[in-house]
Design a protein around this ligand. Sequence first.
Ligand code: SF4
Ligand code: SF4
Length: 130
Amino acid sequence: MPFNPCLQCGACCAFFRVSFYWRETSDQTPNGVPLDMTEDVGSHYRAMAGTNKTLPRCIALKGIIGHDVSCSIYENRSSTCRLFTASFSDGQYHEDCARARAKYGLSELTTKDYEETPPLSPSTAPSIAG
Ligand code: SF4
Ligand code: SF4
């Protein structure tokens, strides 16, 4: 079964401000983004709490970046999260994925990163305290 390298990354969830149209939140949309995990960033947008900071980290991101991560609201994540694309998950290189990974000392993805499940390494990868 193809491996999903995002499960051992999470860098993009602690690199960008993750903003989206305000009506995507749970008070406006069934199964939307939990309102209490977001913050106001303007008249038409909200952002995931924790991502509008100098050292961003989404409040929903669990685990250690570069080692073992998950999104605690995966089924309810915003369109911004759903549209963000890991390099070569669609056969194409994506600069934003590479930029986020570089911040955490992670190399750019290649097609080989999808081929097999690598063993988990000791928990020594860089992370931002969250
Ligand atoms: S909601 Fe989930 S996928 Fe989106 S930035 Fe936060 S942790 Fe990442
Ligand atoms: S930076 Fe790229 S590889 Fe890492 S979690 Fe985001 S999309 Fe996946």
